[in-house]
Design a protein around this ligand. Structure first.
Ligand code: DX5
Ligand code: ZN
Length: 214
């Protein structure tokens, strides 16, 4: 399993220490949650923080934008060193164009859907994506409870991808732990995002390894 720990739950007073832990870990990516207080009812961190993270982190950056009008910031996200730029389906009026802009900027393109957004709405874009991010909580906060219907959505997405010839990877975000992670692995998820499960554990390296071994 590919593991993408979510920095949102890290200790921001000891960011360099937590990033060194990520460097030493089996995590293959680092998930960064950008919130604007408009698309979601919370504000997290922005580009200056991500630039600093990029200097210290050896893993590819998986940037999850929970913001309105993400198309305005494609170049900023690229300049932060992001490998993957995830935009919300619900935030884009012209999703096809945004996906092209992300690719033109040299990044992998991910599209994220909220728990109440059906997988079938991705039918005409999924073949162009490198990643689909399924939210398994309502976005905005770490430490929430996993929504079990996500397991059905993973299976449905896998079938849609087979039908459309999509080679995207399936990432799941929210309420992931050893139990829900195992269920997601069985359902066909490729990448697990985990915030609280990793950073609130007394042994975060072991928590990452547990998910990695699923
Ligand atoms: C929620 C964020 C998540 C969050 C996950 O809006 O997108 O990435 O950090 O946190 P946990 O794993 O604690 O649910
Ligand atoms: Zn996220």
């Amino acid at each position: 399993m590919i593991v993408s720990p979510s920095l949102l739950s890290a200790d921001f007073g000891n960011l360099a220490r937590d990033l060194e832990m990520i460097n030493q870990s089996k995590a293959q990516m680092l998930h960064l949650d950008v919130m604007d207080g408009v698309f979601v009812p919370n504000i997290s961190f922005g580009f200056p923080v991500i630039k600093y993270v990029q200097q210290l982190c050896k893993k590819p950056l998986d940037v999850h934008l929970m913001i309105v009008e993400p198309q305005k910031f494609v170049n900023e996200v690229r300049d932060c060193g992001a490998a993957i730029m995830n935009v919300h389906y619900e935030a884009c009026n012209h999703l096809d164009r945004v996906v092209q802009q992300i690719h033109d900027a040299g990044m992998k393109a991910g599209v994220t859907i909220n728990p109440a957004t059906p997988v079938c709405l991705l039918r005409d874009i999924v073949a162009q994506l490198d990643l689909v991010l399924l939210m398994s909580v309502n976005p905005g906060f770490g430490g929430q409870k996993f929504i079990p219907n996500t397991l059905n959505k993973v299976r449905e997405l896998r079938a849609l991808m087979a039908e459309t010839g999509s080679r995207a990877v399936i990432e799941v975000d929210g309420g992931v732990n050893d139990v829900t992670g195992k269920q997601l692995a069985a359902a066909g998820a490729d990448v697990l995002v985990a915030g609280n499960y990793v950073f609130k554990d007394t042994d975060p390296l072991k928590a990452i390894e547990t998910l990695y071994n699923l």
